[in-house]
Design a binder for this molecule. Structure first.
Ligand SMILES: [Zn+2]
Length: 186
C-alpha cells in the first residue's frame, strides 16, 4: 500500500464518519490575523496550540524559513490577499530556532540535484536566464535578523496598508515559547 492510498483510505472514513464537523468554520479569520511561518514539521500543531489558535482563527502562510524573499512573489501576494480580501488586520512573522533554512548550503543542494539527475547544462541554462541559483537557494545566519528583514519588507511594501501592524517573533520548536523581535504597534 502506498502512502497516497493510505491517505485516501483514511480520508474516505474521515468524511463518512463526519469527523469534519468539529472543524467547520469560515474562510475569514476570527482573530483577524495572518501568520507567516516556517514549514517545519515540529510547528504543524505546536505553533497554533502554543498561541491558542484553532481552526478558523487565523490565516497561515508557510514556506521554508518564514521568509519574504521577493516583494512580488507568492508569499507577499498571499499576505496582501489576506489583508485586503480576507479580513486580516495584523500580520505576524514567526521564524524559529534550529531552522533548516539557517543551515542551508546552496552548494550542497546543487550537488544533490546533480546526483539525482539534473544535468549541468540545465543548471547553466537557469543561470544564463538571469537566476543566480546560489543566491536563490541561500539561507540565513540569524533567525532574528531574517524575521526583522521580512517584517521590514512587508511593512514597507508599496501595496501594504500602512495601518496594519506587522510583528516579528521567534518560536522554540521544542517548547513553543515565543520571543518578540519586532513589535508592530509602534
Ligand atoms: Zn524552519
Amino acid at each position: 500500500m502506498t502512502l497516497l492510498t493510505n491517505i485516501l483510505d483514511y480520508n474516505q472514513q474521515f468524511v463518512q464518519e463526519q469527523s469534519y464537523e468539529e472543524y467547520r468554520t469560515t474562510k475569514f479569520p476570527d482573530k483577524r490575523l495572518v501568520i507567516l511561518t516556517c514549514m517545519d514539521t515540529r510547528l504543524v500543531e505546536l505553533l497554533p496550540k502554543s498561541m491558542n489558535m484553532k481552526n478558523g482563527d487565523v490565516k497561515i502562510v508557510k514556506n521554508a524559513g518564514a521568509v519574504v524573499s521577493h516583494p512580488f512573489g507568492s508569499i507577499m501576494r498571499s499576505l496582501l490577499v489576506a489583508v485586503y480580501e480576507l479580513q486580516a488586520d495584523e500580520v505576524l512573522v514567526i521564524g524559529h530556532h534550529d531552522c533548516g533554512m539557517s543551515a542551508i548550503n546552496s552548494d550542497s543542494i546543487l550537488d544533490k540535484m546533480k546526483e539525482r539527475g539534473v544535468a549541468d547544462e540545465t543548471l547553466e541554462t537557469v543561470n544564463y536566464s538571469g537566476i543566480d541559483l546560489h543566491d536563490w537557494l541561500k539561507g540565513f545566519s540569524s533567525v532574528q535578523e531574517s524575521v526583522a528583514h521580512s517584517v521590514d519588507m512587508i511593512k514597507n511594501h508599496p501595496l501594504m496598508d500602512k495601518k496594519i501592524p506587522v510583528h516579528g517573533l521567534v518560536i522554540s520548536p521544542e517548547t513553543g515559547k515565543l520571543d518578540l523581535v519586532v513589535e508592530g504597534y509602534k
